[in-house]
Design a protein around this ligand. Structure first.
Ligand code: PMP
Length: 355
């Protein structure tokens, strides 16, 4: 029996996806060769890349005029590629909404290349809310947001929109809820939450915004090069793209993002209702901003957390320790986590309260 895997990332993937991936590592497409020991330019691997791109477009309803690419370097490299590709070389300016550790890191990288400003921050309350009602200067090249704050458990529900380009890091909630891609000029996400194993990062970019900064962009950092080479400028992270493709097939099979959103809402409601009801615990994020992916909660003063820790471990639960900067607990409920796992955690919380 597998554990109830609440890991924050890398995280749970559907078991049927893991099974098929395991088979393909041994013998891919009946070639009598492993997926990871053949050329990325072989027709079977090119077909994987094409299907992965097509599934991203289909599942997110990516409109005409956008390209979808897979690159390496994680979302962290996107913190660098974004300003390289979108911030003007002369007088470049960008605005960042600082909602947590990852937004702060993205902002820091952009500052190396130009005038990157923080339009608002929730640092004053350890990032437990999403700032609202701030001004975004009209003269910025782009405005950057982070849709879901993986560490502190907040999520943007209504995306603020800038007059300039709108860029979003959706690493920890892509494919978990419906989004209107046309509201964004660029979206990026590391694979290792709702999509697949670490290694690949998906970038969805509006073609017309590229090539306008006057910057000399190093080849690997240039989106246009990856688009022109159909994500095969250099050796792509074949295994990560393949497992992402399988996961996206699985998502399509269960009814796509709209269906997934309903399931994720049910999981989040189940856990948050218990956190709010249970006298031993309390949620750390502001209710209106809390994340359907990562639920952060703490035990009240004087509660015997050692006993709680023993109990959830005995129930086969894994990965609910909070991030070191927050402490307490963080239950991540990514797409592949079944409702039964959330119920198992809720049962332990209720049993613990009675003890
Ligand atoms: N952005 C967000 C929202 C994340 O959750 C993470 C990783 N947890 C990152 C960026 C950094 O991603 P990577 O490790 O792929 O560079």
């Amino acid at each position: 029996m597998k554990k109830h895997n609440f890991s924050a990332g890398p995280c749970i993937l559907p078991s049927e996806v893991l099974q098929e991936a395991a088979n393909s590592v041994l013998n891919f497409d009946n070639l009598d060769l492993s997926l990871i020991e053949i050329s990325h330019r072989s027709k079977n691997v090119v077909a994987v890349m094409d299907e992965a791109v097509a599934l991203v477009k289909e599942l997110l309803g990516v409109p005409e005029g956008y390209s979808v690419i897979f690159v390496q370097g994680g979302a962290s490299l996107q913190f660098v590629m974004t300003p390289f590709n979108l911030m003007k070389a002369e007088g470049g300016k960008a605005a960042y909404l600082n909602t947590g550790t990852w937004s702060s890191k993205a902002l820091k990288e952009a500052k190396r290349l130009g005038n990157a400003i923080e339009v608002a921050s929730s640092k004053d309350k350890n990032f437990n809310y999403i700032p609202k009602g701030f001004e975004i200067p009209s003269d910025v090249d782009y405005f950057h947001t982070t849709s879901n704050n993986t560490i502190f458990g907040t999520q943007i529900k209504d995306f603020p929109k800038a007059e300039g380009l709108n860029v979003c890091d959706m690493s920890s909630d892509i494919f978990s809820r419906q989004i209107n891609v046309a509201d964004f000029d660029m979206i990026y996400a590391g694979a290792q939450k709702n999509m697949g194993p670490a290694g690949a990062t998906v970038v969805i970019v509006k073609d017309e915004i590229l090539g306008k900064t006057g910057r000399d962009i190093p080849a690997y950092l240039d989106y246009q090069i990856h688009i022109d080479k159909e994500s095969m400028f250099n050796t792509p992270p074949v295994f990560s793209v393949y497992v992402s493709m399988l996961t996206l097939r699985w998502l399509k099979g269960i009814g796509g993002v709209a269906e997934m959103e309903k399931i994720n809402q049910a999981k989040a409601d189940l856990l948050y209702n218990e956190i709010d009801r249970n006298s031993k615990f309390y949620g750390t994020a502001e209710k209106e901003d809390r994340s359907n992916m990562n639920a952060c909660f703490l035990a009240h003063e004087g509660v015997d957390t050692a006993l709680f820790d023993e109990m959830w471990k005995a129930a086969g639960i894994s990965g609910i320790n909070g991030h070191r900067s927050v402490g307490g607990y963080r239950a991540s409920m990514y797409n592949a986590l079944p409702l039964e796992s959330v119920q198992a955690l809720v049962d332990v919380m209720q049993e613990f309260e009675k003890k």
